[in-house]
Design a protein around this ligand. Structure first.
Ligand code: EPU
Length: 429
């Protein structure tokens, strides 16, 4: 298994290109199941999760091809992926595939809407919490689906098609909002989703669905209305820049000091995280080509955060912010409100010398002057990158094990950071 070695202590200076958003790309790829025409997605990130979902969709009959290239630092990367589901050959998503990536459960919505049936393995728990699927089941039932849970599978049927309805989410869920929006696009009549997720990735999907001929309005607010249509067509759609990657590199610069342009980043996608970072003493400067992040020699101020659904502080940046706070002047309180077990990074940060006490859903972090490099273990995607951020500022060498977690969601992380002066490299085993 690959590891990443970091020798801490370098400031970051230069430009980091921001990739297309993983969490927009995945639901957009799944939307290709809704039409027998080609859906072309521009600005696709090159990630392990994208590769895996390509294989999962292939199992249902989705062909794909790649065209267009983008050049970064002299290297060419694929840019546009074309997905084509001329016919659905299998409406079962088996355990072997769904268990590898939770978002693949989301195929249940499009398969049900297009084929009137779907049999999808329950995704099970994961490192950050139990993550049930009750809202998906309840919401699809509200649209007329018959769903039973049998031997680890959700078996869904809608022989006469889905029928529009009003559904109020008892809790905000990004995934369930994506799925109901997709399913309702091919239902008969109007669906109104209340207390819907407002994340930018929801808006990105709604824009794509509308370009495919759907009638979705209100995405980005907590009430989304969808007027069902008989069929959807293909289109070409651009994936938004990754706000979590943006926030991660902004925190890396906040940690090391320096001056970096996050090229292609859009501040409105992560305003609350940028406002919080500014309070820690970093300059955040929106420019035409992205966001410039700058911190001079002054120390890092301690700031409290609480994770919330968008537009609040994102849970996907909580671990990285904790990494930053390990070196702040004073005490900060970090409260996780979205997932019940998203503190796996705490014990690994402690191996680098961080002082963190857990009390229920809150981590109390007392900043220390110096972190010391050590061997640490990545436990999930965002936790692993918090260890990289801490390692960039630690004295000596930090080695992060199990970097396959990082490869799921960060494109060419070590190249992007070393391009700005960090001493970071991948050790292949
Ligand atoms: N929940 C339920 N029942 C459900 C669905 C969700 O109780 O049926 C709960 C979850 O257990 C959690 C809360 O609702 O406590 C919110 O979960 P949500 O459904 O919003 O999360 P998700 O759709 O599974 C997406 C991202 C996550 C991100 C969350 C929250 C993708 C592919 N994943 O997950 O991203 O943390 O929204 O913003 O979009 C990551 O990229 O590292 C990642 C985990």
């Amino acid at each position: 298994m690959d590891r990443i070695s970091i020798i801490g202590g370098q400031e970051l200076h230069g430009t980091i290109p921001i990739s297309g958003a993983k969490n927009a790309a995945l639901p957009l790829m799944i939307a290709s199941l809704l039409t027998d025409e080609t859906l072309s997605l521009v600005n696709m990130p090159n990630l392990a999760d994208v590769e895996l979902l390509t294989r999962i969709l292939g199992n249902h009959g989705v062909d794909y091809s790649v065209n267009g290239r983008r050049e970064e630092q002299g290297v060419l990367y694929p840019r546009t992926y074309n997905f084509h589901a001329s016919s659905i050959v299998d409406t079962t998503a088996p355990y072997e595939l769904v268990s590898k990536m939770r978002a693949s459960f989301w195929v249940i919505g499009p398969l049900l809407a297009r084929c009137g049936e779907a049999r999808v393995s329950l995704p099970g728990g994961c490192a950050i919490g139990t993550r049930p699927v009750d809202l998906f089941i309840e919401g699809l039932r509200a649209l007329g689906a018959e769903i039973e849970i049998d031997r680890g599978y959700a078996k869904a049927r809608a022989p006469k098609g889905l029928i529009g309805n009003r559904y109020v989410f008892p809790k905000v869920s990004v995934g369930a909002t994506h799925v109901l929006m997709m399913a309702a696009s091919l239902a008969k009549g109007e669906t109104v989703l209340e207390n819907a997720a407002r994340e930018p990735e929801i808006v990105n999907l709604a824009d794509c669905l509308n370009a495919m001929g759907a009638r979705v309005s209100g995405a980005g607010t907590s009430t989304i209305a969808i007027e069902g249509v008989a069929s959807l067509s293909g289109t070409t759609h651009e994936i938004i820049p990754d706000r979590i990657e943006t926030g991660t590199y902004a925190m890396a610069v906040a940690m090391t000091g320096g001056d970096v342009l996050l090229e292609g980043a859009r501040p409105e996608l992560l305003q609350s995280a940028l406002d919080t970072l500014a309070q820690t003493g970093v300059e955040i400067i929106p420019v035409n080509s992205g966001i410039r992040v700058r911190r001079n020699g002054a120390g890092i101020s301690a700031v409290d955060i609480t994770t919330e659904p968008f537009p609040g502080f994102p849970t996907d940046l909580q671990a990285q912010f904790m990494g930053l706070m390990t070196r702040a002047k004073g005490r900060s309180r970090i409260t996780e409100n979205i997932f019940e077990n998203r503190f796996m990074h705490v014990q690994e940060l402690a191996r680098l010398g961080a002082r963190i006490q857990l009390s229920g859903q809150t981590a109390v972090v007392d900043g220390v002057e110096t972190l010391h490099g050590a061997e640490v273990m990545a436990t999930d995607l965002r936790a692993s990158v918090s260890l990289v951020i801490a390692g960039l500022a630690a004295e000596g060498e930090t080695v992060v094990h199990r970097v396959y977690h990082l490869d799921r969601g960060f494109e060419r992380l070590e190249e992007k950071l070393s391009g700005c002066g960090a001493t970071i490299r991948r050790l292949s085993s």
